[in-house]
Design a protein around this ligand. Structure first.
Ligand code: SF4
Ligand code: SF4
Length: 344
């Protein structure tokens, strides 16, 4: 039994373009990446990962704080009855980097303003995740009901057959899928997943108008994306285990106004969206978490969102997420705070 440890450390593994970690890249501060660096798909590194993880768990158990914990925004206490085993219930698959979108807030900082590096990332050849997943499965490391989070770069742009393979693997191992997509390219594989497997497709549109979309995404694909969203939602409608979530990340002075929010909600209604997710751009939160004026502004916008959604007949589910999810919930009026109640 584990006294005190991070839930992610125990049950999650994340394969990034050149690292293996227990959690998403937002959680690890600065340059400290105490797990596997310079990773290129080597199977034997899984053993090294397990050893490092074991050392960190020991530090937790001895009452200390491992390196990664310092400044971590995502730590989650494991459950009382958790055993130390390598049974994964969350696998983050983010080995690819290619993406036709160009979001101003892209998680990989290099995507941000530095166009040269984005060109590099868009041509980079990723390591093969398939033998790694087969290895984890063969060694009985994967729980049934494991969630596969397919998120880096853009899964609809994976080489032919790869996304299909991942979907098949997930279904075959009785897992479920969370697919993050820009929505720019319509994917028959995603459509199939929505029709026949337990899956969530999440698309961040972050805008209700074309100019704002193009400012944030820095590509001209607004109409295409909404058309694709409509078709994906239709595909999910006869499968109670799948859904499409549309996300709106509030960005300071860009989409944080009522007009943009109103237009976004109207578009959601047009495509029959049933799930809306809100977040606030993480760097902005980091810089303003203790700034009362910024907090008040964020709170007003979140509550505006909730209140406007509730006016729609048969209104969609709306929730908050992100590395500062708890903090965001604290800014929402109790009457909308469904976190532990009706909606979640
Ligand atoms: S303590 Fe934070 S950085 Fe370390 S594994 Fe947990 S979530 Fe990740
Ligand atoms: S869609 Fe995702 S991977 Fe592509 S640029 Fe935007 S945030 Fe980055």
């Amino acid at each position: 039994m584990v006294n005190k440890c991070c839930e992610f450390m125990l049950h999650q593994i994340a394969f990034y373009k050149d690292t293996i970690r227990p959690c998403c890249s937002f959680s690890i501060q600065g340059d400290i990446t105490p797990f596997i660096n310079n990773y290129n798909g080597e199977i034997n590194e899984i053993k090294n990962y397990l050893e490092k993880r074991q050392n960190f768990i020991k530090i937790f158990q001895d009452g200390g704080k491992p390196e990664c914990y310092n400044g971590c925004t995502t730590y989650q206490e494991c459950k009382d009855n958790d055993e130390i085993s390598f049974k994964l219930n969350n696998i983050i698959i983010s080995n690819h980097t290619k993406c036709s979108c160009n979001c101003m807030y892209c998680e990989q900082a290099e995507f941000g303003q530095n166009k040269k590096l984005k060109t590099y990332l868009n041509t980079r050849i990723p390591y093969d995740i398939k033998p790694i997943l087969l290895h984890l499965r063969a060694n009985n490391y994967i729980e049934e009901n494991c969630r596969y989070i397919i998120c880096g770069g853009e899964c609809s742009e994976y080489p032919k057959g790869e996304l299909e393979w991942l979907i098949y693997f997930c279904m075959h191992t009785k897992g479920n899928l969370l697919l993050l997509s820009s929505g720019i390219n319509y994917s028959n594989a995603i459509e199939k997943a929505l029709k026949s497997s337990e899956s969530i497709l999440k698309i961040s549109v972050d805008s209700g108008t074309k100019p704002t979309y193009e400012r944030i995404k820095r590509v001209k694909a607004y109409d295409r994306v909404w058309k694709n969203i409509k078709n994906y939602i239709k595909s999910s409608e006869n499968n109670s285990k799948s859904r499409v979530e549309l996300k709106y990340i509030l960005l300071k002075d860009i989409n944080d106004n009522k007009n943009e929010i109103d237009k976004f909600l109207k578009k959601c209604e047009d495509v029959n969206c049933r799930f809306i997710i809100l977040d606030v751009e993480h760097q902005y939160i980091k810089a303003n978490k203790y700034n009362e004026t910024a907090k008040k502004e964020i709170s007003e916008l979140l509550n505006y969102f909730f209140s406007e959604v509730s006016k729609y007949p048969n209104h969609p589910f709306i929730s908050l997420e992100g590395v500062e999810e708890d903090w965001l919930w604290s800014l929402v009026d109790d009457k909308y705070n469904y976190k532990n109640g009706k909606q979640k």
